[in-house]
Design a protein around this ligand. Sequence first.
Ligand SMILES: [Zn+2]
Ligand SMILES: [Zn+2]
Length: 336
Amino acid sequence: MRGVVFLGDRRVEIRELPDPVPASGEVVVRMRASGICGSDLRPYRASQAQTTVGGHEPCGTVAELGPGVVGPKIGDRVMIHHYSGCGSCKYCRIGYDQLCVHGHKTYGFGTNGGNADYIVVPARCLVSLPGELSFAEGAAIACGTGTAYMALKKLDVSGRDTLAIYGQGPVGLSATLLAKAMGARVIGIDVSAARLELARTLGADEVLNPAEGDPVQAVQDLTGGEGADATLDCTGNATARAQTVRSARVFGRACFVGEGGTVELEPSPDIIHRHLTLYGSWTFPNVGLEECARFIADRRVPLAKLITHRFRLDQAAEAFRLFDAGATGKCVFEMD
Ligand SMILES: [Zn+2]
Ligand SMILES: [Zn+2]
């Protein structure tokens, strides 16, 4: 099979690799779509090569069952929860394999991922893809969109809320789309004019560019001087994170999902004296993927509009170069 590896310093290579063979309890999934996520930019930009296949948003059809697999059938359309832990500790049992007390594998980071013709995973990582959704939509849900969904759930976003979202990359844009479906008024914030345009297309009521003025002040101006009911950081940028906290109103809620980096806050004025609730949210449990997919299918959320670029695997160099420039919506590989 073919698989795409990160060589370091923004280079990628398509390699010919042996087809995976399922061990006991494992399944081989024929990849039909694999999404590119902001987290992929870390190994892409790193100086060191990653020797395993990248891609942690895998979606496809079940191709082969290992010994002892009960449940999945050949041909089932599936997304993959891209972590696997021991399967029996208290966190694995509630679907949070990424919190496994015995450590976990992450597909696409150190374990072969989805940018390939096939992937092998334990059967318990499979999550059914609703018939209404395409493989490319399933790939988006398998990390970025699912992450946005769980963060909104944690923030308890509803039609009563004005939600300010810092960062309108694939996760922030997904949050815009989903928060609109949940009834909220959305303020989308990004330094890229192209991404703000996309945010408008996906339903943002207001868009703000921090390059054109203080976004905290602008959020206050849009909310009668109060600040947003809920705020979400999808950037991982120190300045944007602090602005996320400061854009929330008194008794408001803020959530961080953007990875890496740092933040500097003044707890008394920023959090304590404003009775703020600050959440962290790291992707989703296995069942969260299923719930997100069902939400999108049942409400006919136009997730396909999030996907702005589609590539074949042999276009990997071009795909990562374009995504790295920070002006696209979701980019996905599609295999036929
Ligand atoms: Zn475990
Ligand atoms: Zn991701």
